[in-house]
Design a protein around this ligand. Structure first.
Ligand code: MRU
Length: 339
């Protein structure tokens, strides 16, 4: 596949600076490109919780660097930091996976440089996985297709290039995709604020739609694939991703639109048997009661704000990982790549 990676891969959201972790503040995009520096593991845990950095692989990478910051402060700081980082957000298993890897590195060597090497490896491997998944996933698309995506799964959510957005980048570079439709992703607007920013920067033909326009869009025939990322894939292929993904999968099946999940192996959790066992993060109802900081709902109203949902494996046509593609996933097919 001929692909100009430099054209489609210019954004970096997580930057290690030797004694600090620099994070692109995703709360302020697309209009303000501002970075915040984390100098303590608690700074990193707070940045993850407050969505300065978000997206499953990116929060795992940030947490790994948070462990390095703790290691620079000594053994007691490490013991303190690990549970705090682990508790920052519950659904994306990449966070726990990265912390388990860092704990393994701590057990192997007391040397801070060994922790630096492990965190850098986690970051580098994620970028390599994304490029591999991009190439693999693009082969499934067909020719001149319309693609719908949800939330933000791009460079901002990963070490770079992206998962679902990596497949979209590779598909556009190969001339397979005519147009990308991004759902705005209420209430935090990852699609409107972040995905549209990445797509427009890369010159990819992209149209924003309200989340509630998805089924109507599919009915027009403009979309052949829904391509999304994941926060946790259970052992039977059930997949947790941003709230709204499940209803996209239902609408896609109804309209004969294919549904692809793209995620690195760090998102696969074979210890969780099915989606039923995945903890769904509930965030502050205030995120729903306001828009851009302005209250939009009458005082006294209440809101329910789950920020992920689970798409059953039966609604997924393909799970793309850097280890390979699993079509029509179920527990047996998952075991062929993940034992
Ligand atoms: O709440 P967020 O913005 O962290 O949620 C992100 C998502 O749901 C993404 O789709 C998922 O993490 C995959 S990112 C490559």
């Amino acid at each position: 596949m001929t692909e100009d990676l430099s054209r489609y891969d210019s954004i970096r959201a997580v930057l290690w600076r030797g004694d600090r972790l620099r994070l692109l503040d995703q709360r302020r995009l697309p209009f303000v490109e501002d970075y915040i520096d984390c100098t303590t593991p608690d700074d990193v845990a707070t940045a993850i919780r407050d969505l300065v950095v978000r997206g499953a692989p990116a929060i795992g990478i940030a947490a790994a660097w948070g462990v390095v910051l703790a290691g620079q402060r000594g053994r007691d700081a490490l013991a303190d930091a690990l549970p705090r980082l682990r508790a920052a957000r519950p659904t994306a298993v990449n966070l726990m996976w990265a912390l388990d890897r860092m704990q393994g590195a701590i057990a192997d060597s007391p040397d801070v440089q060994a922790l630096v090497r492990e965190a850098q490896a986690i970051q580098d491997e994620d970028l390599a996985a994304n490029r591999r998944m991009g190439a693999l996933g693009a082969t499934l698309l067909g020719e001149r297709v319309g693609v719908m995506t949800h939330c933000n799964t791009g460079s901002l959510a990963t070490a770079g290039y992206g998962t679902a957005l990596g497949v979209i980048r590779a598909g556009v570079a190969a001339g397979r995709i005519e147009r990308v439709y991004a759902g705005e992703t209420r209430p935090w607007l990852q699609g409107a604020r972040l995905t549209m920013w990445e797509l427009v920067r890369d010159g990819i033909p992209a149209t924003l739609v309200a989340d509630s326009a998805a089924a109507h869009l599919m009915k027009t025939g403009a979309v052949q694939w829904v391509v999304v990322g994941a926060d946790r894939i259970a052992a039977n292929g059930d997949t947790a991703n941003k709230i709204g993904t499940y209803q996209l999968a239902i609408a896609a099946r109804h309209h004969g639109v294919k549904f692809m999940v793209v995620a690195p192996s760090s998102t696969v959790d074979m210890a969780t048997p099915s989606g039923e066992a995945i903890e769904i993060e509930l965030r502050d109802p205030g995120e729903l009661l306001t828009y851009s900081g302005q209250r939009t709902v009458v005082d006294g109203a209440v809101a329910w704000n789950p920020v992920f949902d689970v798409t059953p494996a039966g609604l997924i046509d393909a799970i793309v990982t850097e280890r390979g593609i699993i079509e029509h996933p179920d527990a047996a097919r998952m075991r062929t790549l993940f034992t």
